[in-house]
Design a protein around this ligand. Structure first.
Ligand code: PHE
Length: 384
C-alpha cells in the first residue's frame, strides 16, 4: 500500500519530537532509568562505597547489572551512578544531569542528609521518584510543613534516633550530665544534637555545655579544654566517622573521661576504633541480628564483597528492593505509578519492615552498638 506523502511527512514530524523527548534510541520508551547518587569520594567515602555495594547486590539479584542493565518483569532497567562527594552543590549538579540528560525516572540517594535535602528539591519539581537509604533528617521529606511527595526513605528519622540515644544514656548508663559538639552547617548533626538534648533533659538529665564547629575545623583544643572543666558523664558527638574520630582522640589527649556517644554517622570501618573505644552509637541494624533475612543477606554480601555489610550497605539494599518491588508490582517505568506504590506499599526488608507514613518516614527499630576491642558490638535493639 502506498502511504500518501502528506501522511508520511506528518508522521515523521510527530516522531522527531517524541524521539528527542525520550532522549535515546528506539525501544527505550519502556526502559526504567535509575540513577544512584552516592559519595564515592570525599570525607565519607566508605558510606558511598557501601551504598553502591548494597544497591548493586539487590539489582544483581533482580537480574540487573551496571554494565548490561537487565529486566525487572517486563520492564527493561538501566543503571547510572554519580558521585556527589558529600557536597550538596555537587549533589544538585549530578541530580540535574541525571534528570535532564540521562532522563532517569527514579533516583536512589543520596546518603547523607545535607546532600539528600538539596537533591530532593530537584527531584520533586521534576516529578522523579527518589528513595534515600540512610538520610535521617526530617527535612528530607518535609520542609516548611510541606511533604515532598516523590521522596521516600528506608531509614527511621533523627527525632527517634536522638531519643533512643538519650534514653540509653539515662536508663542504662545512668548518665546525668552531657556535653555536645556539632557541625553548624550540617542539618544532620544540628538536628541530632537538638533531639538528643530534648529527650535527655526531658528525662531528667542536663546538657551542661554545647558548642558548634565548622565542617573544615580540625583543632578542637579550646572547646575541649572547656568541656574538660565540666567533667560531663557523656560527650555526645553526632557527626560522621572522620570528624568524631578526630574530636575523640583530641578529647582523650586532654584527659576527658566522658563516655562518647553518637549516631549512625559513626558506622565506618575507618572510624578510629582506639580513640572511640567504649563509646556507644545508635544505628539501623546489627549484622549479629539472628533474623533469617539478616543471615541470608550477610552471607550473600560476604560472598560478593568479602566483608560484613554495614548499615549503609544494608539500607541501600533495602531501598533498592523497595524500588524493585514497586517496579515488579506496577510493571511500569512511570514515576507516577511507582510513587503511588511506594507511598502505600509495605516492604519486608533486611533492616525490618518498611512502610512510609504520610510524611515518607518509616517507623522502625534502632540498634545500639558499642565500640569495643577494635570492633562494633551489638548492645541492644530498641523498638519505637
Ligand atoms: N544518617 C546520616 C545522615 O543523615 C547518614 C548515615 C546513615 C551515615 C547511616 C552512616 C550510617 O546524614
Amino acid at each position: 500500500m502506498r502511504i500518501p506523502r502528506i501522511v508520511a511527512v506528518v508522521a515523521i514530524a510527530l516522531l522527531i519530537p517524541a524521539l528527542a523527548l525520550s532522549g535515546c534510541s528506539s525501544g527505550d520508551k519502556k526502559t526504567l532509568r535509575v540513577g544512584l547518587i552516592t559519595p564515592l569520594t570525599g570525607d565519607v567515602k566508605t558510606f558511598g562505597e557501601s551504598t553502591k555495594n548494597g544497591v548493586l547486590l539487590a539489582m544483581e539479584q533482580a537480574g540487573v547489572t551496571l554494565d548490561k542493565g537487565g529486566k525487572i518483569g517486563n520492564v527493561p532497567v538501566k543503571l547510572f551512578i554519580q558521585d556527589d562527594r558529600n557536597d550538596a552543590t555537587e549533589g544538585v549538579n549530578v541530580a540535574t544531569k541525571l534528570i535532564s540528560e540521562t532522563k532517569v525516572q527514579a533516583i536512589i540517594g543520596s546518603v547523607t542528609s545535607k546532600v539528600t535535602i538539596a537533591v530532593s528539591n530537584v527531584t520533586n519539581p521534576a516529578k522523579v521518584v527518589q528513595i534515600t537509604s540512610t538520610a535521617t533528617n526530617p527535612k528530607v521529606t518535609v520542609e516548611d510543613g510541606k511533604r515532598k511527595p516523590y521522596t521516600f526513605r528506608a531509614c527511621f528519622i533523627d527525632p527517634f534516633q536522638g531519643t533512643v540515644g538519650a534514653k540509653f544514656a539515662l536508663d542504662t548508663l545512668k548518665a546525668r550530665t552531657a556535653a555536645m559538639l556539632y557541625d553548624q552547617s550540617n542539618d544532620y548533626t544540628v538536628g541530632l544534637a537538638q533531639y538528643f538534648k530534648e529527650a535527655f533533659e526531658k528525662g531528667g538529665g542536663k546538657v551542661v555545655f554545647e558548642a558548634s564547629y565548622g565542617t573544615n575545623d580540625t583543632d578542637f583544643s579550646a572547646v575541649l579544654t572547656k568541656i574538660a572543666g565540666f567533667k560531663p558523664d557523656i560527650l555526645y558527638l553526632p557527626d560522621y566517622y572522620q570528624k568524631v574520630s578526630l574530636i575523640g582522640s583530641q578529647a582523650r589527649a586532654k584527659g576527658i573521661k566522658s563516655v562518647f556517644m553518637g549516631g549512625d554517622g559513626w558506622d565506618s570501618s575507618e572510624l578510629d576504633f582506639k580513640a572511640m573505644d567504649g563509646g556507644y552509637f545508635t544505628n539501623h541494624y546489627s549484622p549479629d541480628d539472628p533474623r533469617a533475612e539478616v543471615k541470608s543477606f550477610v552471607a550473600a554480601y560476604k560472598a560478593k564483597y568479602g566483608a560484613v555489610p554495614d548499615a549503609l550497605a544494608t539500607l541501600a539494599y533495602d531501598a533498592t528492593n523497595m524500588l524493585i518491588t514497586a517496579v515488579k508490582q506496577t510493571q511500569s517505568n512511570d514515576p507516577e505509578k511507582i510513587r503511588e506504590y511506594l507511598a502505600n506499599g509495605t516492604f519486608s526488608a533486611v533492616s525490618g519492615t518498611i512502610k512510609n507514613d504520610a510524611n515518607g518516614n518509616p517507623i522502625k527499630s534502632a540498634a545500639i552498638l558499642q565500640i569495643k576491642d577494635g570492633k562494633q558490638q551489638f548492645v541492644a535493639s530498641v523498638n519505637p
